[in-house]
Design a protein around this ligand. Structure first.
Ligand SMILES: [Zn+2]
Length: 91
């Protein structure tokens, strides 16, 4: 009883801080408006696409995004679950 997730969030998403079980391999997002991919390669490497619709930041430390038009946005990040003990796994 009462053993649900502490804060209600479970699976890490591409937004916000990843939890300790995830590892960011590639922090990137593609803008479908100008067909440019913005890739953040290190922590303070802020990148935008050509038309400034998509902004990525954080490199392999954290995922930060600012997107003007989400319908023209595609996340292309690669994020691994580093732990076998995945809290998202349902038994
Ligand atoms: Zn763009």
């Amino acid at each position: 009883m009462g053993s649900m997730g502490q804060d209600g969030s479970c699976c890490p998403t591409a937004y916000g801080m990843p939890n300790m079980n995830t590892k960011i391999i590639r922090n990137s997002a593609k803008c479908l408006g100008c067909n440019t991919e913005a890739v953040s390669s290190y922590r303070w490497d802020a990148q935008t696409c050509r038309c400034n619709n998509v902004f990525v930041d954080g490199g392999t430390d954290y995922i930060r995004r600012a997107v003007k038009d989400l319908s023209l946005y595609e996340d292309t990040s690669i994020i691994l679950s580093a732990s076998e003990d995945d809290p998202c796994r349902e038994s």
